[in-house]
Every structure is written in structure tokens, then in C-alpha cells.
Design a protein around this ligand. Structure first.
Ligand code: IPE
Ligand code: IPE
Ligand code: MG
Length: 244
């Protein structure tokens, strides 16, 4: 257990994989009489401390839901704002993330992502590819159903190429065809913004995740809230179907 964990008042039972549905940016802005884009920017500013804390706590993977396959239904200019924030974020933060040893992976179908954002994301992935620190997954144009469809197709191709027998398809084979391949399942899933639903996020990987819903809007979700969430996780009794 590292010193930082102790300083934070946590036990050594640190979740290996934390996933966050970063919701409530729009309402945060509307409450202040500001345009929703200001809320998205405020959300982006909230990220830094959460990433730093995750790194220092020795969390293995942090997955952030940034744009869902359903978010295309939003007005064009809001979608545009979200992707330009992605570009801005990486231009500004990539060197520091790289220095911290963060490894970036994008979860989602990049083919529909606007070119500039796609380039920034691919550059971030390439640059940090060999890093050994926190695995930072950004779910962008991500939907869990689309991810499972993609995995099913990959398996079907392996079978039809003769490389795999149908009865060799097991949970590990499915897992290894998800975007999160090679990473542990989600231990703690946090949703800010007060809604109690998963909105098509990590359905397979969160099968046994501890769920934590908070009314705090994402731009207000700071390090103290994050540590509280981890503390709550540490107080849960995880039985995985067995008897304690
Ligand atoms: C951010 O929160 C989530 C994204 C899709 C980027 P919202 O934009 O959904 O904020 P609310 O839920 O409308 O407040
Ligand atoms: C979920 O939030 C997606 C992200 C946080 C990126 P939404 O605001 O899009 O979800 P719904 O519409 O409330 O389900
Ligand atoms: Mg929302």
C-alpha cells in the first residue's frame, strides 16, 4: 500500500478498474444561466485531478465515458463543441499525461469521429503506447451494444476462417475482442449527475461492478468526491455470488 493511499484515508483495497459516466455538464451550465458548452468545458477541467488521483492511487485502469453512440442525436453545434474540446484537451495535456506514464486507449468506433479529433486521439494512443502507468480509456463514439456486435463479428470471422471452433468461444474469447481487451473488469462504476442508468456503457465489463450514483454534477465532482466514492467502494461487501 503506497503512502498516498494512506494519506487519503483509504485502505489497500483499491479498485483495479474505475469507470465514470461523466454526466451533468449541461445542467451545471444551465443552472448558472450559461450555454451548455461552458458546462462541457468545466467538465474537461474536472478531469485533470481525477486522472492524477487515479495515477497516484495505483488504479490500473480508468475509463471515462465522453461521447456515446446515442450522443449524435444532439444538436450539431453541441456535437462539434464536444469534439473540439477533445482536440483542445489533448493538445494541452498530452505531454503531461505522457510524462506521468499514462497509456491512452480509445474505446469506440473512430471512423465516424471528425478528422481533427480522430488525429488527436490516434496521436495520443501512439505516443503513450509503451507507457506502463495508468491505463486511461476514453470512450468516444462508444456504445456497449455496438462493442458486443463488433466482438460477435470478430468471433464469427475467426470461426468462418477456420481458425476457431464454435465451442472454443468462451468468456475469455469474448472479453479479448472487446475494446478493453487485456484489462480487468470494472470494479467501481460511478455515474455523476443524478440519473440511475447505464446509458449503454460497459455492459459486459461491469457485470459485477459496484455501482455508485451521485447527484453531484460532473464539473463539481472533484478529488474529494472521488475519494469518497472509493471509500464507499471499500465499504461494500463483494460476494460474487458466493457466501461470505
Ligand atoms: C455530459 O453531460 C455528458 C456528455 C454527453 C458529454 P451532459 O451533456 O449529458 O449533461 P446533462 O446531462 O445534459 O446535464
Ligand atoms: C451518458 O450521458 C453519456 C456520456 C456521459 C458520455 P447522457 O446524458 O448522454 O445519457 P442519457 O441521455 O441521460 O441516458
Ligand atoms: Mg446527460
Amino acid at each position: 500500500m503506497n503512502e498516498y493511499i494512506r494519506e487519503c484515508g483509504l485502505s489497500g483495497n483499491i479498485p483495479r478498474h474505475v469507470a465514470i459516466i461523466m454526466d451533468g455538464n449541461g445542467r451545471w451550465a444551465t443552472k448558472r444561466g450559461l450555454p451548455r458548452s461552458v458546462g462541457h468545458r468545466a467538465g474537461m477541467e474536472a478531469l485533470r485531478d481525477l486522472i492524477t488521483a487515479s495515477s497516484e492511487l495505483g488504479i490500473e485502469a480508468l475509463t471515462l465515458y465522453a461521447f456515446s453512440t446515442e450522443n449524435w442525436k444532439r444538436p450539431r453545434d453541441e456535437v462539434g463543441t464536444l469534439f473540439s474540446l477533445v482536440v483542445e484537451y489533448f493538445n494541452r495535456e498530452i505531454s503531461e499525461l505522457h510524462e506521468k506514464g499514462v497509456r491512452i486507449r480509445v474505446l469506440g468506433d473512430m471512423s465516424r469521429v471528425p478528422q481533427k479529433a480522430r488525429a488527436a486521439l490516434m496521436r495520443a494512443e501512439d505516443m503513450t503506447h509503451d507507457n506502463r502507468g495508468l491505463k486511461l480509456n476514453l470512450a468516444i463514439n462508444y456504445g456497449a451494444r455496438a462493442e458486443l456486435v463488433r466482438a460477435a463479428r470478430a468471433l464469427a470471422e475467426d470461426v468462418s476462417n477456420g481458425g476457431m471452433a464454435p465451442d472454443a468461444i468462451d468468456e475469455a474469447a469474448v472479453s479479448s475482442r472487446l475494446y478493453t481487451s487485456g484489462q480487468p473488469d470494472v470494479d467501481l462504476l460511478i455515474r455523476t449527475g443524478g440519473e440511475m442508468r447505464l446509458s449503454n456503457f460497459l455492459l459486459y465489463q461491469s457485470a459485477y461492478a459496484e455501482l455508485l450514483f451521485t447527484d453531484t454534477l460532473f464539473p463539481d465532482f472533484d478529488k474529494a468526491h472521488y475519494l469518497d466514492a472509493i471509500r464507499e467502494f471499500q465499504g461494500r461487501s463483494r460476494r460474487f455470488g458466493a457466501i461470505k
